[in-house]
Design a protein around this ligand. Structure first.
Ligand SMILES: [Zn+2]
Length: 352
């Protein structure tokens, strides 16, 4: 081995050592930060009940609300994505309050006084369910125990579990499976059924209006499904592989034939930490699979993903995951969000 070669080798080793040390420091910081945040997060993320799947049969039976002339149904939705779909069905027939604004992480968002008051006044509260809204859990449970109808829009959807070998240290996979059901528009068709059913039961005078609006929106969801299928065709089959910041694409991958290579946080929530060995394994898997990009949700912290991307020699692209984009971003509706994401995925994967 000549001298120059040896120097390069040493330089490479040194660089790897520096990166690995950086990773360890980042992991230590993440763990410390999580330790500083409220203990309630840990409790809620480890309870199986909150994440358990809900069958349609276990939804509460809803009685009509006595509305005065001109009074509308008071409706609360947890996330912007749930809120947008509720608004499509309820339109101007309901008075809708959406708890989380654009760009807020649905896993970690904790309610402020205004949210608690809106939930207390609501005739019905729509949540995603499957343990997505960890920070809202206590407020939602309190509303349900007061007898307020709480409808998980994902009720009736079969929860999917993590793909792959599950070979990682830090994360306890929730019993309920992946809560990110909206990444398959066919699941959102079931959301629409649940929303229409609840609104019609509470406000039967407008049942036909809700049904008409739901039907029009179902067509748009079917068009979205067709759009995702068409766009997928632009990506060579061998390149339909995804790496994300946390496990958000179980339903998307299953529906459209993508393979989940891994996630920076190998779990269904952002309220979790990867170990250094998880991260090292992911870098190896990215290299082995030849994945050219790590997709990071705009509500996630991009730093760890960027360190991994640098180490693996790939790039980072932003997606909309748990929150709508700002008004005017093109991702300020559920359908807009899905189309924007699909365009980014095609851009990231179609060429080497
Ligand atoms: Zn998420």
């Amino acid at each position: 081995m000549n001298v120059i070669h040896e120097k390069q080798e040493r330089h490479g080793l040194l660089k790897r050592l520096i990166i690995l040390t950086g990773l360890l420091v980042l992991v230590a910081m993440t763990v410390l930060l999580a330790g500083c945040s409220s203990a309630s997060k840990r409790v809620t993320s480890s309870t199986g009940d909150a994440a358990a799947s809900v069958t349609k049969e276990s939804l509460p039976t809803l009685a009509p609300v006595n509305l005065n002339a001109g009074q509308k149904l008071q409706v609360v939705a947890s996330t912007g994505i749930v809120g947008d779909v509720v608004a499509q069905v309820g339109s101007d027939l309901i008075e809708l309050t959406v708890v989380m604004a654009a760009g807020q992480d649905p896993h970690s968002y904790e309610p402020i006084a205004r949210d608690v008051a809106a939930i207390a006044d609501a005739h019905v509260v729509f949540i995603n369910g499957l343990g997505l809204e960890e920070g809202l859990q206590a407020t939602i449970e309190a509303a349900a125990s007061r007898g307020q109808p709480v409808i998980p829009v994902s009720a009736g959807i079969k929860p999917l579990q993590m793909q792959g070998d599950g070979d990682h240290d830090a994360i306890e996979v929730p019993k309920g499976g992946d809560p990110h059901t909206w990444f398959d528009p066919n699941n959102v068709l079931k959301w629409v059924d649940n929303i229409e059913g609840a609104l019609a039961a509470l406000d039967p005078a407008h049942a036909q209006d809700y049904a008409a609006r739901a039907q029009a929106y179902r067509q748009q969801l079917q068009d979205l499904d067709a759009y995702i299928r068409e766009q997928t065709e632009r990506i060579p089959p061998g390149r339909r592989k995804l790496v994300t910041d946390h496990q958000v694409f179980t339903y998307f991958a299953a529906r459209y034939g993508f393979e989940m290579i891994g996630a920076v946080i190998p779990g269904f929530s952002t309220v979790a930490e990867p170990s250094a060995s998880d991260l090292a394994k992911l870098v190896a898997r990215i290299r082995e699979a030849g994945v050219p990009v790590i997709f990071v949700g705009r509500t996630a912290n991009p730093r760890l993903a960027q360190v991994l991307a640098d180490e693996a020699g790939v790039r980072v692209l932003s997606l909309y995951t748990g929150a709508l984009g700002e008004p005017g971003s093109g991702a300020d509706s559920y359908i807009g969000l899905m189309r924007a994401n699909m365009d980014t995925i095609v851009q990231g994967l179609s060429k080497p």
